[in-house]
Design a protein around this ligand. Structure first.
Ligand code: SAH
Length: 210
């Protein structure tokens, strides 16, 4: 596929988001324009970079479809001074978008090989305010907490308690909760150290948080 055709597909997605009203954050659309999704996936998938479906990234994992990623980040309501924790670095693409919206991103990935690829992709794309950490994201990173925003990109059976604790007061966490093929997108706002308000945003399909 000619790069111009890929660019047209990218613009069609944006047009769809704007016309449907799904994505209304201009800053987020600018970030999507700036980051090249094709650089976060295998060469043989490049023609599908802007098709609105998930793509394999190795080790049985997937990068979510663009619309899902955009909806999640929009729900997160990132501000430019925010420190963001992501669980599930995958390809690093989501972290790259977040790096343009917030001030600092830490992303945790349990698969060593996937984490190294994410690190490489992020470096190649000049995302210098992102750190990739290898480990179990359910535990968060207590020594770096509290976080202004937390995003989990794999389906959790319940909201991980360590992540709830590591969210700052007035902070927000976006995560899919429930069975992988029918999980509910949740947005959790921390009102005070013991009280959270949650809202639901529809059913999605994700790889499991393990
Ligand atoms: N955000 C990614 C897509 C993530 S797919 C992107 O932009 O490409 C979900 C990822 O979560 C997978 O890479 C999987 O290995 C990882 N994962 C699953 N359980 C995890 C855990 N407990 N801790 C850290 N990463 C986990």
């Amino acid at each position: 596929m000619h790069p111009a055709q890929r660019q047209n597909q990218k613009l069609s997605l944006i047009q769809y988001w704007k016309e449907s009203g799904l994505i209304h954050s201009q800053k987020l659309i600018e970030a999507f324009m700036q980051i090249q999704r094709e650089l976060f996936i295998d060469d043989f998938l490049m023609d599908q970079a802007y098709a609105d479906h998930p793509l394999p990234i190795g080790e049985g994992q997937t990068i979510s479809q663009p619309t899902t990623i955009m909806l999640m980040i929009q729900l997160l309501e990132v501000e430019s001074h925010h420190t963001i924790l992501e669980v599930g670095a995958g390809s690093g693409y989501n972290a790259a978008l977040l790096s343009l919206l917030g001030s600092k991103v830490i992303t945790i990935e349990r698969h060593h090989k996937v984490a190294k690829q994410a690190e490489y992709n992020l470096r190649e794309n000049g995302c210098s305010n992102v750190t990739v950490v290898i480990g179990d994201g359910k535990l968060g990173l207590s020594n770096q907490s509290p976080f202004d925003r937390i995003i989990v990109t794999a389906a959790a059976s319940e909201v991980p308690k360590h992540l709830k604790k590591q969210l700052g007061i007035q902070g927000q966490m976006v995560l899919p909760v429930g069975p992988p093929h029918a999980c509910q997108m949740m947005c959790l706002k921390k009102v005070n150290s013991t009280h959270y308000k949650s809202t639901s945003h529809g059913l999605f399909s994700f790889v499991p948080l393990v």
